[in-house]
Design a protein around this ligand. Structure first.
Ligand SMILES: [Zn+2]
Length: 492
């Protein structure tokens, strides 16, 4: 994300740099001295082989639940049982709604709040006409050219399997967590998690469980973000966007096309859509978006550092540039996307009714209500009826980056990826964590996947794959995270 922004803002920033030269300060990023780190000697080859096998089950979430190929899900579950014997001997397992697995590993100190780590093993389908474009067939789990290939390698079988590998390794070596840990393997994340994660959350809530923290899929260790800078940037999703879909409709006099009135249904509705495009929801380079840039700022070329150190002057320029790039724009503000427009049947008849459906992805700075207010005040047309469709939800809260568990997650990243910068950030898509907002305030959306800009297209796309060396790092990371995050903290 930052690479494209960086090149886009360079020209504008030269001007700022000249003016603001004297205000520029050396910003530093806070990496503690981690010291020597233990390498855990699990069987790397076997772990890679197990991920390859996990990919070979076609656990596709279909849009219509009736189309679910249950034998693939059953097959995956039986495979997990045989692949991780120590885990299944040590942890309690429940099948939630048949296909989602919830594990509990009792801690030695029952007074501590339990923690939770989860992932999903369902995947999106491979579009039929793209199968031939894959370097290796999408469900082959091929181990070749330094990668493990196939649907789910990045999203999210890699993340989930690396967590299970860590539990297996620790359980087999006699490790006992101080804190009780829950693990969930969710089966319908790609279609909303209503049958899986949502029921897990309800189950825990009904038992009065409160969680100390929850780690789920999310942002990666981003590589090649800034030209000339070697260091990757680890991003932890501490918030995720909500959404609301609105139907806007208008009824006007219909009639023959030969004598149209001054205002028509299509004309008025089109004007409303246009005015929403011209008047986006406000976004500000501050808080979360700014904190994504802070950790890399010391390594940035002078002009960027100058801009970031002189926000009093550069903020409007930075905001304008970020707004032009779709995915930085999505991090900055609530987005507005008209997805359906319906009106008219016949070439010579004015339709009496026109309607449009608009999808809004809600930034933590806004709410469902503030979005509707924005729409009303922007279109300023009492003839247009605005209806909220099902499934509206506000953005998540923002997890506290000073919290002990966040610090321990950071430590686990540094232990695995050396002292790279780590930034809290906003996740602009949705995860299963949305069902857990009442169970904990400490939700972290992160996977230790090294992702280049090129990998973004592989998620839900063609040639999804994860590096073999990276997968081994992922397992190391999960073992360290389990060590670090299950320990009691001084405040408990
Ligand atoms: Zn996913």
């Amino acid at each position: 994300m930052i690479k494209r922004v960086a090149s886009a803002i360079v020209v504008a920033l030269f001007i700022v740099a000249g003016v603001a030269l004297f205000r520029t300060v050396q910003l530093s990023h806070d990496v503690p001295d981690i010291g020597p780190v233990a390498q855990h000697d699990f069987d790397e080859e076997a772990a890679v082989e197990r991920l390859s096998q996990a990919i070979q089950f076609r656990t596709v979430s279909p849009q219509d639940p009736a189309d679910m190929e249950v034998e693939e899900f059953e097959g995956w579950i039986s495979f997990i049982e045989s692949a991780y014997p120590a885990l299944h001997e040590t942890l309690e397992r429940e099948r939630i709604n048949e296909y989602t697995l919830l594990y509990r590993w009792d801690g030695t100190n029952p007074d501590l709040k339990p923690g939770m780590m989860m992932g999903h093993y369902d995947v999106v389908p491979v579009e039929e006409n793209t199968t031939d474009e894959w370097a290796y067939p999408p469900y082959s789990g091929a181990i070749a050219d330094g990668y493990i290939w196939g649907r789910g390698a990045l999203d999210d079988k890699g993340g989930l399997m690396s967590t299970l590998e860590a539990v297996e390794y620790l359980a087999a070596s006699g490790f006992e967590p101080e804190r009780t840990m829950y693990f969930a393997a969710n089966h319908d994340e790609e279609v909303g998690g209503h049958e899986g994660a949502s029921i897990v959350a309800d189950t825990l809530e009904a038992r009065g469980t409160e969680l100390a923290f929850l780690v789920d899929e999310g942002l990666p260790v981003a590589e090649e973000i800034i030209e000339g800078i070697e260091s990757p940037l680890a991003m932890i999703g501490v918030a995720e966007k909500g959404q609301v879909t609105l139907e806007l409709s208008i009824v006007r006099e219909g009639g023959h096309a030969s004598m149209p009135p001054r205002e028509t249904a299509i004309g008025e509705l089109a004007r409303a859509v246009r005015s929403l495009k011209d008047n986006p929801m406000p976004g500000r380079f501050a808080d979360l978006v700014q904190s994504t840039f802070d950790p890399v700022s010391p390594e940035l070329p002078f002009v960027y550092r100058a801009a970031l150190a002189n926000l009093w002057l550069a903020r409007p320029i930075i905001e304008r540039q970020l707004s032009r790039i779709p995915h930085t724009n999505a991090a900055l503000r609530t987005t507005i996307a008209p997805t359906i427009f319906r009106a008219g049947m016949k070439t010579n008849v004015l339709p009496a009714r026109a309607e449009t459906i608009i999808n809004f992805r809600i930034h933590p700075n806004d709410t469902v209500e503030s979005v509707i207010e924005h729409v009303e005040s922007t279109i300023e047309n009492p003839n247009i009826k605005i209806e909220k469709m099902e499934g509206a939800r506000n953005a998540s809260g923002v997890s506290d980056t000073e919290a002990v568990h966040y610090q321990r997650l950071k430590r686990s990243i540094w232990e695995t990826f050396d002292e790279i910068p780590i930034a809290p950030s906003i996740f602009v898509a949705a995860t299963d964590t949305r069902h857990f907002l009442d169970l904990t305030d400490n939700i972290y959306r992160f996977r230790p996947i090294r992702a280049t800009p090129d990998d973004r297209g592989r998620i839900h796309g063609t040639d999804e794959r994860v590096g073999i060396g990276n997968y081994v790092e992922m397992v190391q990371f999960q073992i360290r995270a389990l060590h670090n995050m299950t320990e009691a903290n001084p405040a408990e």
